[in-house]
Design a protein around this ligand. Structure first.
Ligand code: ADP
Ligand code: MG
Length: 303
């Protein structure tokens, strides 16, 4: 008889793994948010995150190596800024097949270096091994003022739900390789409006909003016609495609009104309101006539 392995979703697998490992009292926030949050001297917390990219899963064969390197760092920076923090130091591990040229790897590093310079990240180490498939893993540290820390668990009923940019089709358009991590937007928000919850959208709006709803014990209603979409993207792609790397955040009604006014004054929209947090659990989508349908809270999973 063939052995039968129970297939776990990525999130169920992480939940199962989280039960195995120890976590000491010194942890402010462990598994379950965009980064770990650890104690640091003074009025700051240390942030720590890691992301791994594999050929065929996170980038296609033939992708410009500079863009591979860029993405490997950018998605880590995105997680740090999703906590309200700024990135500081990184280590890089690479698995390199024998057939790969030094040129290729150097170009991966040029891609990393360029973005690292832009956001003042120091590369301070790593590991190099030979392997059958090319893979790259970056671990990134960051810091956040205690008063600027934003978790996924703080959304309150009536809060407005916001995103920092257009969603959908990131994979088909290569936007997942070239996106700008929302460092400035995050810093602006934590200093001026302090969202109640925040995360970055890596697994699709519906699934990632699901994490905020679950951890905040609330539900949400999205307005279909307010969701900003990339050119040519369909609604289901804006809801369920992954790798947008926009910030998703919630803000009290009063602060939301103030943010709308600030943007009207600037005559520029950097942030888009897309719905509201509800006391009833579950995720609903309202069309332009106000008709509501239930949405499945599932994200894009690479599994
Ligand atoms: P993100 O998309 O923000 O990078 P993930 O969905 O990858 O977050 O991970 C969700 C949470 O689970 C994070 O807190 C992450 O650190 C944790 N996590 C993911 N994979 C593992 C693993 N293999 N072991 C322990 N924790 C993990
Ligand atoms: Mg994230």
């Amino acid at each position: 008889m063939m052995s039968h392995r129970k297939k776990l979703s990525e999130f169920a697998l992480i939940d199962a793994l989280a039960k195995i490992v120890p976590s000491s009292k010194k942890v402010i926030k462990g598994i379950g948010d965009d980064t770990a949050v650890l104690p640091l001297k003074g009025n700051r917390y240390q942030l720590l995150t890691t992301d791994m990219l594999a050929q065929g899963v996170h980038f296609k064969k033939g992708t410009d190596p500079q863009l591979i390197g860029r993405k490997a760092l950018a998605c880590n920076i995105s997680d740090i800024v999703a906590m309200g923090g700024v990135p500081t130091h990184a280590v890089i591990s690479i698995a390199v097949p024998e057939s790969f040229s030094t040129d290729f790897i150097q170009n991966v590093y040029h891609g990393i270096a360029r973005l690292a310079r832009e956001f003042d990240v120091s590369i301070v180490g790593g590991d190099t091994i030979a392997a059958r498939d090319f893979m790259i893993n970056i671990s990134l540290m960051g810091e956040v003022d205690k008063k600027h820390l934003i978790l996924r668990s703080g959304a309150k009923s009536q809060d407005w739900i916001w995103v920092t940019g257009a969603l959908g089709r990131a994979w088909k358009t290569d936007h997942h390789l070239t996106f700008a991590p929302r460092v400035r937007q995050s810093q602006f928000l934590v200093r001026n409006f302090k969202p109640s919850a925040m995360m970055d959208i890596s697994d699709g709006l519906a699934g990632d909003l699901g994490h905020i709803l679950k951890q905040s014990h609330v539900g949400a209603r999205l307005a279909a016609d307010q969701i900003p979409m990339n050119k040519g993207a369909l609604l289901h792609e804006a809801l369920y495609d992954g790798e947008d790397f926009e910030l998703l955040f919630t803000l009290s009604p009063a602060k939301s009104q103030a943010l709308v006014q600030w943007q009207q004054h600037k005559r520029r929209w950097f942030f888009y309101p897309i719905g509201q947090i509800t006391p009833e659990r579950g995720l609903k989508l309202a069309d332009s006539h106000g008709k509501s349908t239930d949405l499945i809270v599932k994200g894009y999973t690479h599994f």
